[in-house]
Design a binder for this molecule. Structure first.
Ligand SMILES: [Zn+2]
Ligand SMILES: [Zn+2]
Length: 217
């Protein structure tokens, strides 16, 4: 058996592996729930214990204080099981920097997730461009407020958009093409943080961007 590193490994760095690459597409709260249910353990990897998820803010929601530009991040309590939502601005920048567990029910993202699932289930019945526009509308409706632009639900929507638009590049309007390129670049940037090094996923986005470059020349 031959094992090849897909990125540079630092001296004394602990080598870890992902149990399931699909789990990585979810934000920390949901991902840890899935890992606990299917894997039977509370994950304490670097990403899971970092409330900002390596600076991606993939689980974050807009701070509920209107005048605050910060985002809420889920910080794990010392018991390792409960979440405490805190404003990323913290300190004096946000009047309420620390939200207790009580706010959890108010910021649940289930309805938005269900809305996306509803859209995804209708896509097969729509023309490809209508389907793409539908997903684009969903992304712009929730990106920034209440979801952080990198939120995992929006990443799932972006993946769908890239899939839908990618199958009909020549039919796209200039606006759709622009959006397609932006989504691909954004997903590639996220992949480089969450799954650094050579990966199938980053290869897929690089290939799309290269084909687009050739197409656009
Ligand atoms: Zn983890
Ligand atoms: Zn705030």
């Amino acid at each position: 058996m031959r094992i090849r590193a897909s990125r540079t490994i630092e001296k004394d760095e602990v080598l870890t592996l992902s149990y399931n690459s699909n789990w990585g597409s979810y934000g920390t709260v949901k991902r840890r729930e899935i890992i606990l249910d299917t894997g039977g353990f509370l994950c304490k990897c670097t990403r899971c214990v970092d409330p900002t998820e390596l600076g991606t803010f993939m689980s974050s929601l807009k701070c509920s204080i209107a005048s605050c530009a910060g985002y809420l991040v889920p910080a794990l309590q010392t018991n390792g099981e409960e979440w405490r939502w805190e404003c990323s601005f913290g300190g004096s920048s946000c009047p309420i920097a620390n939200f207790g567990a009580g706010i959890n029910s108010a910021i649940k993202t289930k309805p938005i997730e269900q809305e996306l699932n509803g859209i995804l289930s209708t896509l097969n019945f729509l023309s490809l461009t209508t389907a793409g526009d539908f997903v684009m509308k969903f992304i712009s409706a929730y990106s920034g407020t209440p979801l952080h632009p990198n939120h995992w639900i929006l990443q799932h929507a972006s993946q769908t958009l890239v899939h839908v638009f990618g199958s009909q590049i020549k039919k796209l309007t200039p606006a759709q093409l622009d959006n397609f390129v932006n989504q691909c670049r954004h997903l590639l940037k996220m992949t480089k943080i969450l799954n650094p090094g050579i990966s199938l996923q980053s290869g897929k986005f690089l290939l799309i961007l290269l084909s687009l470059k050739l197409f656009l020349i």
